[in-house]
Design a protein around this ligand. Structure first.
Ligand SMILES: C[S@@+](CC[C@H](N)C(=O)[O-])C[C@H]1O[C@@H](n2cnc3c(N)ncnc32)[C@H](O)[C@@H]1O
Length: 361
């Protein structure tokens, strides 16, 4: 396991540790007036009950919707950005790593992420995010067909549908090549690397640009006793990687970004147009001559907009570096068996691509 991991600090929500001027919001405070204050730049502190925070956020939403009536993409984006800015001025107080307000959830991240600061203020929406992430972390995500339960670290992507994991599992069960070395790009909460180990791969180099993913997978490897099998690296694509692998696996972000990307979860969903050309160029150098690249992808971008590019098809069509060995597709089920999909995503398919190097002539 990489030594650098000991010094890696997780990304976490910003906190305020100094005394600040706030308007205190109690159950009988005028919510409309407090919302106006938040919009013009004043901090509002939630007092008494956690639910008072929910009430004021609902009022903020109602207020902003009066101004942001455009239902088109840009209008909705402007609304979200105004909501985000004002809502982050709603604060909650933390004392001894616990929320001070009554009937508040217990959130372990308040201690895990800020071990040396017990008392501070943090924004209410960040607390909601931490609460949800803590529930997932504690309860775990059970991938029944694989017999694995994941405990994703704060701020890390984790799968909520499993069709692509089933496709990968099926491919792994049939794979008969060397299992000495694998590389996973974009390890997230670790699931694909764990599948590789379960299927007999001896050593894996796994990387991610998200620090929290690397910290989380390091903890998971300890829990699952996989530490000897994985070298973790916080970095871009194959940065710091000096191995050639029998298999390189990547479940990349599936949508081309139309905005500039933030670190963290944004990069699990959206990609910049350089990502795939860079990935393929570097992958070529890190693959043994009989090696295979396995990509898990989706037609989601084409379902949203038929003219969207498909970066794997583009690579095969334009660069002559790899040939297609296999392309499997599978329907994406509704999250619940009882709900029939009627949304625009009913044509969504997950894809597994296997590419091999073209022989040099
Ligand atoms: C869709 S998630 C997949 C996570 C996990 N492998 C899975 O299958 O559940 C994509 C992951 O790739 C990471 N990522 C995005 N761009 C990257 C890059 N240039 N280098 C390394 N990792 C990257 C993201 O941070 C994210 O964890």
């Amino acid at each position: 396991m990489n030594q650098d991991l000991l010094t890696l600090q997780p990304d976490k929500p910003p906190i305020i540790t100094s005394e600040i001027e706030v308007i205190r919001f109690y159950h009988d405070t005028d919510a409309k007036a407090a919302v106006q204050e938040m919009i013009v730049g004043t901090y509002v502190l939630v007092e008494e009950f956690y639910s008072n925070g929910l009430e004021i956020l609902a009022e903020l939403k109602r207020t902003l919707l009066v101004y942001y009536t455009d239902k088109k993409f840009q209008g909705q984006r402007d609304f979200r950005s105004a909501f985000r800015e004002a809502s982050h001025r709603l604060l909650v107080e933390v004392k001894g790593h616990k929320l001070v307000v009554k009937k508040a959830p217990v959130i372990g991240w308040l201690k895990v992420l800020y071990p040396e600061i017990a008392d501070f203020y943090v924004s209410f929406p960040e607390v909601q995010g931490m609460n949800s992430a803590w529930q997932w972390y504690q309860k775990g995500i059970e991938v029944k067909t694989l017999g694995i339960t994941l405990h994703p670290f704060y701020g890390t992507y984790f799968p909520t549908r499993f069709e692509h994991l089933t496709l990968f599992d099926r491919w792994l069960k049939k794979y008969i090549g060397s299992k000495e070395k694998a590389i996973e790009i974009g390890v997230g909460s670790g699931i694909l690397s764990f599948q590789l180990i379960q299927n007999g791969f001896k050593t894996i180099f796994a990387s991610d640009t998200n620090k929290n993913a690397i910290i989380g997978v390091a903890q998971e490897c300890k829990r699952l006793d996989y530490e000897a099998n994985i070298t973790l690296n916080h970095g871009d694509l194959f940065e710091n990687c000096d191995v050639k692998a029998d298999v390189i696996v990547f479940n990349p972000p599936w949508l081309l970004a139309k905005h500039s990307l933030e670190e963290g979860l944004d990069k699990a969903i959206y990609y910049e147009k350089e990502l795939f050309p860079q990935f393929f160029e570097q992958a070529q150098k890190h693959l043994t001559c009989h090696g295979k690249i396995v990509l898990l992808f989706s037609n989601l971008a084409q379902v949203i907009d038929a003219k969207s590019p498909h970066p794997i098809i583009e690579e095969l069509r334009t660069n002559g570096r790899f040939k297609k060995e296999l392309h499997l597709r599978r329907d994406v089920n509704a999250s619940s068996k009882k709900t029939k999909r009627t949304d625009s995503r009913e044509n969504e398919k997950v894809e597994l691509w296997v590419l091999t190097p073209k022989e040099m002539v």
